[in-house]
Design a protein around this ligand. Structure first.
Ligand code: ADP
Ligand code: MG
Length: 335
């Protein structure tokens, strides 16, 4: 609607920076209509997800605008991937403070363009407003899955193996590096960990290939333990994880060798944007092949079981000696 004074007007901003991102998607009508049209392929349905990020809460106000844009898009693509959906399009609501410059918006749009190419999605609409607060961005993303096949949190079965993609805990350790809490980490490892925090790598190619193999899936954003607990709760099951099997990057291994106490941060830290899924043990061979084809590590870390009592914590993490670890509230919560 109304935009800040030292920027070009709303329609000029849209025409200059956002309309080019809608090219190639006929149903976006060049961002010249009130709304867009998305037609899923025959036999498919749309999966929808929105995620907002707020300056000073989810990113620092002096972070590069292209990185902010890419993170805003990628956290949504990660949810779609965990649901088995192929991303198609997204809507962008952006709240701009008066202090923002046009070059910031140009950088932001450049970041979106880069990731649109990488993930084959298009901007198809949105809203542009001014705000007295910090810059805020809400993206709503749409992907498609074969009808009825969206991967659900609730479909885990007792006896399923619990798998995770990639490596866990890098982002949580990246935040510690930014806080100067890990001064003895080498430069290469420090850069790697911070990069993992700044720019998630959503498993866009893998997610849709899990349809038909996985029983349940979730994207790891709150932390491995908290997100596995979400799966347990809605599947009405419990899970046992062996900490020693949780896949770690070389950088994270280095941190834990010097400071074993950071294992809790790795297991509960969040912002991993990997996929946690459960599958019958018989799927292991197919998953191994998929992992090699797509060059995405897929690691078994535990199994699903029926809960032994109503009061037990649904997620048990065993340490190297087979003893249950105490991990506090097990994840990041806003409130
Ligand atoms: P309305 O007046 O109905 O709110 P707008 O004038 O805000 O509509 O938007 C005009 C067109 O520009 C619409 O197609 C809308 O989807 C698109 N649009 C507005 N802001 C953005 C944005 N930040 N990113 C992408 N498209 C946008
Ligand atoms: Mg509007």
């Amino acid at each position: 609607m109304k935009v800040a004074s030292n920027l070009p007007g709303e329609f000029e901003l849209i025409a200059r920076y956002f309309a080019p991102l809608a090219r190639g998607f006929p149903g976006a009508y060049g961002l010249l209509d009130d709304a867009a049209v998305i037609a899923p392929a025959p036999g498919h349905e749309l999966v929808a997800k929105t995620d907002a990020i707020v300056g000073g809460v989810h990113f620092l106000l002096d972070d590069p605008p292209d990185l902010i844009a890419r993170k805003a898009l990628r956290v949504n693509l990660s949810d779609l991937a965990a649901k088995g959906a192929v991303p198609r399009a997204y809507l962008l609501d952006i709240m701009l403070p008066k202090t923002l410059t046009e070059s910031w918006i140009a950088g932001f749009a450049r970041g979106l363009a880069q990731d649109q190419d990488e993930y084959r999605v298009h901007l198809i609409g949105g809203d542009t407003d001014s705000t007295p607060g910090p810059v805020s961005i809400a993206i709503a993303a749409f992907g498609e899955v074969p009808t009825g096949r969206m991967l659900r949190r609730s479909r885990a079965r007792a006896g399923d193996t619990v798998f995770v993609t990639g490596t866990i805990g890098d982002s949580a350790l990246g935040i510690e590096v930014l806080r100067n809490a890990l001064p003895d980490v080498g430069a290469v490892a420090a850069t790697f960990l911070v990069e993992r925090y700044r720019l998630p790598r959503p498993r866009v190619a893998l997610g849709p290939r899990l349809v038909g193999l996985a029983n349940a899936a979730i994207d790891i954003s709150d932390g491995l333990v908290a997100d596995l607990r979400h799966v347990c709760e809605v599947s009405e099951l419990a899970a046992v994880v062996e900490a020693s099997r949780v896949p770690l990057s070389a950088a994270a291994c280095g941190v834990l060798a010097a400071r074993p106490g950071y294992l809790a941060a790795v297991l509960t830290g969040g912002d991993d944007y990997e996929i946690l899924f459960t599958a019958p043990p018989a799927a292991a061979e197919d998953l191994g092949r998929l992992s090699r084809t797509l060059d995405v590590p897929i690691t078994p870390i535990g199994r699903m079981k029926t809960p032994s009592s109503a009061t037990e914590d649904r997620v048990t993490v065993l340490d190297g000696n087979g003893r249950a670890m105490v991990l506090g509230r097990g994840g990041w919560a806003h409130f």
